[in-house]
Every structure is written in structure tokens, then in C-alpha cells.
Design a protein around this ligand. Structure first.
Ligand SMILES: Cc1cc2nc3c(=O)[nH]c(=O)nc-3n(C[C@H](O)[C@H](O)[C@H](O)COP(=O)(O)OP(=O)(O)OC[C@H]3O[C@@H](n4cnc5c(N)ncnc54)[C@H](O)[C@@H]3O)c2cc1C
Ligand SMILES: NC(=O)c1ccc[n+]([C@@H]2O[C@H](COP(=O)([O-])OP(=O)(O)OC[C@H]3O[C@@H](n4cnc5c(N)ncnc54)[C@H](O)[C@@H]3O)[C@@H](O)[C@H]2O)c1
Length: 440
């Protein structure tokens, strides 16, 4: 079959670009080997945030004593599991598939493999593209080579999201975004949770203060946090999982990062390095002549907003429309723990590693009026270079929302002097940005 564009993988970015091109009248084949929509709506962002919403409600109710009277909290996972099944249509992608074909796209189910310039094969069907191929096949959970682990019935994010019951006890291997978010959810629903992280801190890609804060909060909620931990052996028996012969739990969630498999995708057929971890792209998302890549597979930030942002650039490129190139200076991310950890741009260490002469501002949320009223834990940390912010972190009850103001400041290169003399509404959480700038 000959078409204009072939899109391999219909996650958030692939769906955006394939649907956009089809709606513009191009002949598009979208290839998907699982569910149209990808990881985010079925096993990622949306169901995990629904679980978090439920867990946060429990935590909020538990805060009633001492502030507002009495509240008895009896958690039940049943409504959570039911809402997730409704939200995912029980892991059925008919609505998303119809959305794409309704725009005129051709949906092909199966695993796509690049077999030559402009050519993709799905089992015994060969597709040829006149304009090009878009690689948007995402990532899969990466399972560390720990002795015994692969033979056990461990969970990845997929099984955790599909859980119909809360385990009595849970070990979470990996204290990154997935591990931290899901550890807190299951703990708030009554599971005895231990987080085991190899590095010295939780959320190690963010500011150290963020990992330290989360550890404090987790331990106060009864979650055991083991950092700097090395797991050498895993086994499973009738009672559950055993790590290093000393740590036991009913379930084990492996959340140790993600992996790509460029060899299986056949990227060498278009001259790309099949042993690389990610597809190398330029600021127009071009990987080779007639090949674009977007989303997690590019290694520019494993977030839905990055995938969709890149997809819009690819769409413009293929349709011959003008627009700015990709710019990741103000890349925002939010870990939806409670407190939320919002961050944009560079951390202090990343800025220093780039040789930047930085000035750092920091304040505790508890010192702000709203933070004190709320009984909130969190902080604002700002990284200035050359009179503008190059990075910021906002940790707190709505850290991800407060981040909006900081993302605008980094993206727009607003002079710090202007930020210092702006009026911040009283008493809001975001007013702590002013406090940080004045605290010096
Ligand atoms: C638990 C969890 C929570 C998350 N929470 C957030 C969040 O709150 N906010 C956020 O921004 N991000 C979050 N993410 C990350 C987000 O889900 C990903 O960044 C996003 O889904 C990546 O999109 P993508 O377009 O790269 O493709 P993906 O969503 O990874 O989809 C790629 C698709 O390609 C298909 N595919 C793969 N290989 C082939 C092939 N050879 N042929 C055909 N099809 C193929 C796959 O089946 C898949 O459907 C979360 C992830 C997880 C796991
Ligand atoms: N709120 C969000 O936006 C959100 C939520 C979840 C996931 N995500 C995205 O999904 C990606 C994948 O999430 P993730 O949490 O799997 O990966 P991650 O890379 O964020 O964290 C993995 C953690 O596992 C640790 N680790 C690796 N091997 C280990 C081992 N053998 N023993 C103990 N610890 C080990 C790493 O040191 C790291 O801290 C994230 O990078 C993020 O981009 C985003």
C-alpha cells in the first residue's frame, strides 16, 4: 500500500500527528500494536492521577481532626478500580481508533518494522510512504538484571494500574516518578509500603530538597524508604516476594525507568544507530531524510506534554507550515505526590555543571501566610543566571499549579528584577515566589 506518511505507534504524539495529517487530507497509515492512545490514557498519566485523586481525598479527610472536627476514614479500592475501568473503557480503544479513522486515517493493528527508506512492514504487509515515516513508538518498562527477578510475577506500572485489590504489603523498586506516585497511593489505601531506591535520594533527577522532603513526608505516613540500596536477589514463594533474603512483601512493583528497542524497530534500514538508547533528532524532530521521531523515544523528556509538543512541530514540518523549532529550556514536569513537586528548566546542579554563574533563592512554604494557614509542607527554589530564571522548583499542596507562573518566567526570560517588583495576590501559595526573591 502506498501512502503519504506512515506513523509507527499511536501514543499521545503519534495520534496527534497522524490525526492532524489525515484531517489535512494526506493519506496516512497509523500502526499500533496495542491500544490507540498509548501508555498515557491506559496505564500512565490518566489512571494514575485518578488513583492519586482518590488517595489525596483520604489524606485530606485524615487531616480533619485538630482542624475541623472528627472524620472516620475507611478506604475502599472498589470505587477506584471501577472508575479506572470506566475511564479506560476496560482497556478498549474503540473511541480513539474511531477518532483517527473518522479523520480519514488508515489504522493498521500490529508491530511495525522499518524495512527500507520509506518502507514499513507489519507481518507480511508492506507499506510505502511518499513523504516519510514518523517514529513515535514510546518506551516499555525497563527491568533491571537482578538475579531471579525475571522469573517472578512482579508488577510493572501496567499491573499496578489494573489492580483490583490493594496488596497487604508492597515493595516499590525505584523511587522515581512512577515509584513515588504509586507508593503513596497504595500506602494511603492501607498497604505496608517500602520504597527501595539505588541512588541516595528519591526523585534524584530533581533538586535534592525535593527528594529530602518526600522522604520526610513518606516516613511520616508510614512508608519505609531505603535509599542507596542494592538489590542482588529476588525470589517469590507462596507468601510473596523476598528481596536480598531480608525484605518481604506480598507484591513487588518494578518502576526502575523505561527502555527503547531500536533494533527491533529496524532503524538501521534508514541509517540510524540501532544500538543507541534514543533516536537522535534535530530541533525540527528530523532523524534522517524522510524520517521524524517524537515522544519518549527521542529522550527529550518522557512526558505526554513533550510528545504532543513535538508532534505539533512534526505536523507543521510535514505540512510545510512555518513555526519555531523545538526549545526545551522551559521544560516543565510535575510529580503528583502530595506535596506535588513541580519543576521547570534546570536544577541548581545542572546549571552549575553547564558552567553557569548562578544565584539561588529559596523559601519554605510553611513561612508564607497561605502555607501556615494550610499546615503545608513545601518550598520554592529559584535558579537565576544572567538576570533571568533558568530553573525553578515549586513543591507544595498545588506545586504543579504554582509552577505555571515559574514556567512563564523561564520560557519568557522575564528579568528577575521585574519578578521582584510584581504584585503577588495575598495569601496565595504562589506568593511564596516573591518571598523567595526577597529572602536572599
Ligand atoms: C504510570 C505512569 C504515569 C505517568 N504519568 C504522567 C503524567 O502525569 N504526565 C506526563 O506528562 N506523563 C506521564 N507519564 C509518561 C507518559 O505516559 C509518556 O511520556 C507518554 O505516554 C509518551 O508518549 P509517546 O507518544 O512517546 O508514546 P507512548 O504513549 O509510549 O505510546 C507508544 C505506542 O506505540 C506502540 N508501539 C510500540 N512499538 C510499536 C511498533 N513497533 N509498531 C506499532 N506500534 C508500536 C505502543 O503499543 C504504544 O501504544 C506517565 C507514565 C507512566 C508509565
Ligand atoms: N507525573 C509525571 O509526569 C510522571 C509520572 C510517572 C512517570 N513519568 C515519566 O515516566 C518515566 C519513567 O518513570 P520511572 O519512575 O520508571 O523512571 P525514573 O527514571 O523516573 O526513575 C527510576 C528510578 O529507579 C531507580 N533504579 C533503577 N534501577 C534500580 C535498581 N536496580 N534498584 C533500585 N532502584 C533502581 C533509579 O535510580 C531511578 O530513581 C519518568 O522518567 C517520567 O518521565 C512521569
Amino acid at each position: 500500500m502506498d501512502v503519504d506518511v506512515i506513523v509507527i505507534g499511536l501514543g499521545p504524539g503519534g495520534e496527534e500527528v497522524a490525526g492532524g495529517l489525515a484531517a489535512a487530507g494526506l493519506a496516512v497509515v497509523g500502526i499500533e500494536d496495542r491500544l490507540v492512545g498509548g501508555e498515557c490514557p491506559y496505564w500512565g498519566c490518566i489512571p494514575s492521577k485518578m488513583m492519586i485523586r482518590a488517595a489525596d481525598l483520604l489524606a485530606e479527610a485524615r487531616r480533619v481532626p485538630g482542624m475541623a472536627g472528627e472524620a472516620e476514614v475507611r478506604p475502599s479500592w472498589a470505587p477506584v478500580a471501577k472508575r479506572l475501568r470506566e475511564a479506560t473503557d476496560d482497556w478498549d480503544d474503540k473511541v480513539a481508533a474511531d477518532r483517527f479513522t473518522g479523520k480519514g486515517g488508515t489504522l493498521v493493528r500490529g508491530k511495525g518494522r522499518i524495512t527500507g527508506p520509506g518502507e514499513v512492514t507489519v507481518e507480511d504487509r508492506v507499506f510505502r510512504a511518499r513523504k516519510g515515516i514518523v517514529i513515535s513508538n514510546g518506551t516499555a518498562p525497563s527491568i533491571p538484571p537482578i538475579d531471579g527477578l525475571r522469573d517472578t510475577p512482579y508488577w510493572t506500572n501496567r499491573e499496578a494500574i489494573e489492580a483490583t485489590e490493594v496488596p497487604e504489603s508492597l515493595i516499590v523498586l525505584g523511587g522515581g516518578a512512577i515509584g513515588a506516585e504509586l507508593a503513596q497511593v497504595f500506602a494511603r489505601f492501607g498497604s505496608r509500603v517500602t520504597v527501595v531506591e539505588a541512588l541516595p535520594r528519591l526523585l534524584s533527577v530533581e533538586e535534592p530538597e525535593a527528594g529530602d522532603l518526600l522522604r520526610e513526608v513518606f516516613e511520616a505516613e508510614g512508608i519505609t524508604v531505603r535509599t542507596g540500596a542494592k538489590v542482588e536477589r529476588v525470589r517469590h514463594d507462596a507468601d510473596g516476594f523476598v528481596l536480598n533474603d531480608d525484605l518481604r512483601a506480598e507484591r513487588l512493583l518494578v518502576a526502575t525507568g523505561r527502555r527503547t528497542d531500536l533494533k527491533a524497530l529496524g532503524v538501521a534500514a534508514v541509517g540510524l544507530d540501532e544500538d543507541a538508547r534514543f533516536v537522535d533528532v534535530d530541533d525540527r524532530l528530523r532523524a534522517a531524510d524522510g524520517v521524524w521521531a517524537l515522544g519518549d523515544v527521542t529522550g527529550k523528556g518522557a512526558f505526554t506534554h513533550v510528545s504532543v509538543y513535538q508532534a505539533r512541530i512534526v505536523l507543521r514540518e510535514i505540512l510545510g507550515q512555518d513555526g519555531p523549532p523545538a526549545d526545551y529550556r522551559a521544560l516543565p514536569r510535575v510529580t503528583f505526590t502530595d506535596p506535588e513537586i513541580g519543576a521547570v528548566g534546570l536544577t541548581e546542579q545542572q546549571a552549575r555543571d553547564r558552567g553557569m554563574d548562578v544565584r539561588v533563592y529559596r523559601t519554605d512554604l510553611a513561612k508564607s501566610a497561605r502555607g501556615w494557614i494550610h499546615g503545608a509542607e513545601g518550598f520554592i527554589k529559584l535558579i537565576e543566571h544572567d538576570g533571568v530564571l533558568v530553573g525553578a522548583t515549586s513543591a507544595g499542596p498545588v506545586g504543579g499549579e504554582v509552577l505555571g507562573a515559574l514556567a512563564v518566567a523561564v520560557h519568557g526570560e522575564v528579568p528577575v528584577e521585574r519578578l521582584r517588583h510584581m504584585i503577588y495576590a495575598y495569601p496565595t501559595f504562589h506568593r511564596a515566589i516573591e518571598a523567595a526573591l526577597l529572602e536572599d
